[in-house]
Design a protein around this ligand. Structure first.
Ligand SMILES: O=C(O)/C=C/C(=O)CC(=O)CC(=O)O
Ligand SMILES: [Ca+2]
Ligand SMILES: [Mg+2]
Length: 427
């Protein structure tokens, strides 16, 4: 089925400002709550949120095989379970309904009032019920930087890294949508040069610039997802900030991996941009040497050209752009991550979230964490208010943005933003 929703020439009767992340070629999916406390699945064009349940009740999805209440839900999990053919049909239909030349909804004021909301009148929710959360470690530059700082500069990449898309199982209970503030975690750390740990608020709270993909279900326990089908199991992508307490991490994570240093908060952007929408931005990923095992081999291009930015805004100050990176720098692709994740028969469910790992490029300005940008605190970053940062201070707001752009279309993810508040846990 052709992705007619991607037609770059199409314009909408809803106003879309230049440089907006949500032209009619995007049509992401999310969950929002209205001022009347109605929670619904929706999409976005320009600065308008569109109630997809209302569209369905008014007959706009007639002819597409959907259950009656698939959009009258507080999560996208059931819709995601419908599978790629249905996602595509719905996205194509939405493009048609909002096409400049389609009068049906455009000229029906009563229907418009039921379906369309100004973006400032709604509140975004977490888009999916995330059963399981995995975080990969797929940027060669990031793994090399951290290995250089924390381990051996001469053997910065661990011996498994070029063979396995390394990952760890995270925790979904503290995944939050953009706009929710977080608190500085407390925990055990080992001060430099000491042999006995101390206890208190983390002094090294960091961001990690990541994207994540959301899966659909289909493989049973004991079955794998072959790499050539992996993209059919990916509903779409979001931006992800894997908040990390570096001092807690270095003390706790040997030998079993990240634990409390990374499960206090993980922020995601609320609109899921489908792989279909990203299709025009498909591009090559770095060449892999050594050649991976056959279950990780694929032909064609499996990365996407997604520009990524991170801003830090101190309280009462302008924001500072601290990092510019790109999703295409990642060594391991999403299909390789998913093929690897399931090769042992591990089942994935609708709504599982798979973090890319920190996305660093080769330029220092593209490093995806403060740990790398300041080289473990050695090179502080100047802020617009003349303060400096080695890690994130109390009341700093960290914002990540992501967008794709070619000669025809610009579309994006919006942002994931969150403020770090002071620790409040009693200790
Ligand atoms: O290499 C290390 O010792 C630590 C790496 C991380 O903290 C990164 C992690 O969570 C995985 C990633 O985001 O790439
Ligand atoms: Ca991470
Ligand atoms: Mg996290």
């Amino acid at each position: 089925m052709i992705i007619t929703a991607n037609d770059p020439k199409r314009t909408s009767w809803l106003e879309v400002m230049p440089n907006c992340d949500f032209p009619i070629q995007n049509i992401p999916f999310g969950v929002f709550i209205t001022k009347e406390d109605v929670i619904t699945i929706g999409t976005r064009i320009g600065d308008f949120a569109i109630d997809m349940n209302a569209l369905q009740q008014l007959g706009y999805f007639d002819g597409i095989e959907l259950t009656d209440s698939v959009f009258l839900q507080d999560t996208l999990n059931d819709f995601i379970s419908c599978g790629k053919k249905t996602w595509r049909e719905v996205r194509n239909r939405i493009a048609e309904i909002f096409d400049n030349n389609t009068p049906t909804l455009r000229d029906n004021e009563k229907h418009r009032d039921a379906v369309i909301f100004a973006i400032e009148d709604i509140e975004m929710q977490l888009p999916v019920l995330i059963g399981d959360y995995t975080d990969f470690y797929s940027s060669r530059e990031h793994a090399t930087n951290v290995g250089t700082m924390f381990r051996d500069p001469n053997n910065a990449l661990l011996p498994n890294w070029l063979h396995i898309p390394v990952g760890y199982h995270g925790r979904s209970s503290t995944i939050i949508p953009s706009g929710i503030n977080i608190k500085r975690p407390v925990g055990q750390t080992l001060p430099k040069g000491e042999t006995v740990p101390v206890f208190g608020p983390s002094k090294r709270v960091d961001f990690e610039l990541e994207t994540a993909f959301i899966t659909t279900d289909g493989n049973l326990m004991g079955e794998n997802i072959p790499i050539d089908h992996a993209e059919d199991f990916i509903f779409g992508m979001v931006l992800l900030n894997d908040w990390s307490a570096r001092d807690i991490q270095t003390w706790e994570y040997v030998p079993l991996g990240p634990f409390l240093a990374k499960n206090f908060a993980t922020s995601i952007s609320p609109w899921i941009v489908t792989l279909d929408a990203l299709e025009p931005f498909r591009t090559a990923s770095p060449k892999q040497d050594p050649t991976p095992f056959p279950y990780l081999q694929q032909t064609g291009d499996h990365a996407f050209d997604i520009n990524l930015e991170v801003y830090i805004q101190p309280e009462e100050s302008e924001a500072k752009l601290v990092c510019k990176s790109n999703f295409k720098y990642l060594y391991w692709t999403m299909s390789q991550q998913l093929a690897h994740h399931t090769i042992n028969g591990c089942r994935v469910n609708s709504g599982d979230l798979m973090g890319s790992g920190t996305i660093s490029g080769s330029e220092p300005s593209s490093f995806g964490s403060m740990l790398e940008l300041t080289w473990a605190g050695k090179n502080p970053i100047q802020m617009p208010d003349n303060t400096t940062r080695t890690f994130i201070n109390d009341n700093d707001t960290v914002t990540m943005k992501g967008f794709c752009k070619n000669e025809n279309v610009r579309l994006g993810f919006g942002e994931v933003t969150s403020k770090l508040l002071a620790a409040t846990v009693k200790y």
